[in-house]
Design a protein around this ligand. Structure first.
Ligand SMILES: C[S@@+](CC[C@H](N)C(=O)[O-])C[C@H]1O[C@@H](n2cnc3c(N)ncnc32)[C@H](O)[C@@H]1O
Length: 315
């Protein structure tokens, strides 16, 4: 499905969001999805509206190029009509399909990666072992720069007690556990004994084995069995995408004030933006992304790191 965006420079983005929703709501399904945000759903596609300082961001998506042009025209015409007191420029980007969206241009991404602290010897060895032992599945492992980010976040947050959902061969567990203090605790959840068996010797060699409580079984069951009160400072979700909403619901109440929740793959390779992708995973990720952005218990920022990383801090 083709997508296109426009950044319209204006001092009144909120006002235009309200006007577009109220006016086009007579012809299409239009709703506010949060302060200064909304979505208009036409028969042939959607347009998301987002007010940010000094600009109105429009994201249009439609079934085909003709329909996309139609949506762009409707939105542009109405905006120009509402903007009697200022001269707006509405320049739409070239259409791109969701799964072809680069979160960062490749050259910039290479530069960013080349300027991060590299992974240490043990993590590099674990990544190599994972490739040899698991083949294509090794692509599930977080990359070195994301591992460095996790370590930094754990250290910055001063976390002592952490949860991880999605261990695989233990790379991210090793990053998190190494950054915890000596008496720290990481509850690590996964369903696979085979993959997590690769992790254990590496945890031992890093002397963090005694901090990691590996629970084999569906993570939702493990989380639901925990006491309901806030007792964790840090959580990382990187497992089956369809259960992200459930993981988020179980984890947030268990975070202490100031506790940090980190979610991986929130961009799903760009497919979250593209209504053509309606699989269970796509719908679940959109639900959790929308819920996080509205959640009054949290301060949230979505980062263009790898496949999208969201940080959510409990207020
Ligand atoms: C993307 S991998 C995790 C990668 C890991 N964070 C790393 O850095 O190597 C996803 C993991 O989630 C696990 N998983 C899938 N469904 C699960 C479930 N319902 N409960 C717990 N773990 C699950 C898989 O076994 C797999 O190891």
């Amino acid at each position: 499905m083709p997508l296109s965006t426009a950044h319209v420079v204006t001092d009144r983005p909120d006002r235009y969001v309200k006007q577009l929703i109220s006016h086009l709501g007579h012809k299409a399904a239009a709703e506010h999805t949060g302060t200064g945000r909304g979505t208009i759903t036409f028969r042939s596609g959607t347009c998301s509206l987002l007010s940010s300082p000094q600009e109105l961001v429009l994201i249009a998506a439609a079934a085909d190029l003709d329909s996309l042009t139609g949506i762009q025209d409707v939105i542009t015409r109405h905006l120009l009509r509402f903007a009697a007191q200022e001269e707006l420029r509405v320049d739409w980007s070239d259409p791109v399909s969701g799964d072809a969206l680069e979160i960062v241009t490749p050259a910039a991404e290479d530069y960013l990666r080349a300027h991060c602290t590299p992974a240490g010897q043990l993590l590099t060895e674990l990544a190599e072992t994972t490739r040899e032992a698991t083949g294509r599945a090794a692509g599930m492992q977080i990359a070195a720069d994301e591992g460095t980010l996790l370590e930094m976040l754990v250290r910055l947050s001063g976390a002592r007690r952490a949860i991880e959902v999605g261990v695989f061969t233990g790379y991210s567990s090793l990053c998190i556990a190494s950054a915890l203090p000596a008496d720290g605790y990481l509850l690590a959840c996964d369903v696979s004994t085979e993959w997590t068996a690769i992790a254990r010797p590496y945890w031992q060699r890093a002397n963090v084995d005694d901090r990691i409580d590996l629970r084999i079984g569906p993570a939702l069951d493990t989380l639901r069995a925990l006491p309901a009160e806030p007792a964790f400072d840090f959580a990382f979700i990187d497992a089956d995408k369809g259960n992200y909403p459930g993981y988020y619901e179980e984890i947030v109440p268990r975070l202490v004030p100031g506790g940090l929740l980190v979610l991986d793959n929130v961009f799903l390779g760009g497919r979250v933006l593209d209504p053509a992708f309606q699989g269970d995973d796509h719908q679940a990720m959109r639900r959790v992304n929308d819920a996080l952005a509205r959640d009054q218990r949290l301060d949230v920022v979505m980062l263009p790191v790898r496949d999208g990383v969201t940080l959510a801090r409990r207020r």
